[in-house]
Design a protein around this ligand. Structure first.
Ligand SMILES: Nc1ncnc2c1ncn2[C@@H]1O[C@H](COP(=O)(O)OP(=O)(O)OP(=O)(O)O)[C@@H](O)[C@H]1O
Ligand SMILES: [Mg+2]
Length: 254
């Protein structure tokens, strides 16, 4: 049984005449990993920005199935809908320690309140669990800004994991967007991220992945959405979609 958890209808966004997302109607299934692929500039990140309310849409709709309640997404509602994400360009609290980057997510209060809080053993235990999983526990006292690029990407994913365990929003994250989480990672770090994504799928969470590496796409995706110049070129299971002539041409035509 499949059910749609997230959907766009005629979604449209342009930047100075560039149609970044061009009347796109696409849907995402609950509990699956859907990869969004397409050439550079085809609108993948813009689509995620629209779906998470980071960037306002020009026209069309974003619909989130939230129990039986369907609605348009607004930026301030995103956390309440259980959406979380990583950024292609990595966004962390640079001047906070690795541990504090996680605790901020786990605590019920805002960033500043959380820094002056005595953290409960539950939060510390959860932070330890996610940091150990991402291989960052030894780095817990380093400032985020001093981490290597790969470690920064892993910390962003650790934060997403913490969001899935957080009661902060009253609703733990169950739709997760990863915008090129593997870029710049060493193979052993990639393996960690692959296993985290498989674990999140086993927990029933919905994941939307932007990725260029075909091997990883084949390994992880239940579904593939192909964008070309902001339009939907194909959607379906990886083997079928990746064999399509128009998909191969869109890539070779870069
Ligand atoms: N904030 C912005 N201002 C102006 N143009 C933008 C902005 N964001 C995206 N664009 C343009 O919209 C188009 C789609 O960009 P987007 O970043 O969504 O592509 P992408 O598929 O994520 O590419 P990549 O694979 O390189 O990450 C591009 O032409 C890009 O230059
Ligand atoms: Mg992008």
């Amino acid at each position: 049984m499949t059910s749609t958890i997230l959907q766009t209808k005629h979604l449209f966004k342009h930047f100075d005449g560039v149609k970044a997302v061009d009347h796109l109607s696409v849907s995402f299934e609950k509990g699956k990993i859907t990869s969004i692929i397409g050439p550079n500039g085809s609108g993948k990140s813009t689509l995620i920005n629209l779906l998470t309310g980071l960037v306002p849409l020009d026209a069309g709709e974003v619909i989130i199935a939230h129990s039986l309640h369907f609605t348009r997404v607004k930026s301030h509602e995103v956390a309440g809908f259980g959406l979380t994400r990583t950024f292609q360009d990595v966004r962390l609290f640079e001047q906070l320690s690795v541990l504090d980057n996680i605790l901020v997510v786990l605590t019920e209060r805002g960033v500043f309140a959380s820094l002056f809080e005595t953290h409960g053993t539950l939060h510390l235990a959860q932070a330890e669990e996610v940091l150990k999983k991402m291989g960052l526990w030894e780095k817990r006292h380093s400032l985020a800004i001093n981490l290597s690029y790969g470690q920064r990407k892993l910390l962003e994913i650790a934060r997403v994991l913490a969001m899935t365990r957080s009661a902060r929003t009253g609703r733990a994250a169950d739709i997760i967007f990863f915008d090129e989480p593997f870029a710049g990672l060493f193979p052993e770090m990639r393996k960690v991220v692959v296993s985290v994504m498989k674990e999140l799928r086993a927990e029933g969470r919905t994941q939307i992945l932007v990725e260029h590496n075909m091997e990883l796409i084949r390994e992880l995706s239940d579904e593939v959405v192909v964008l070309d110049a902001g339009e939907l070129l194909a959607q379906g299971v990886p083997n079928e979609v990746l064999a399509k002539r128009e998909v191969i041409e869109a890539y070779l035509g870069e």
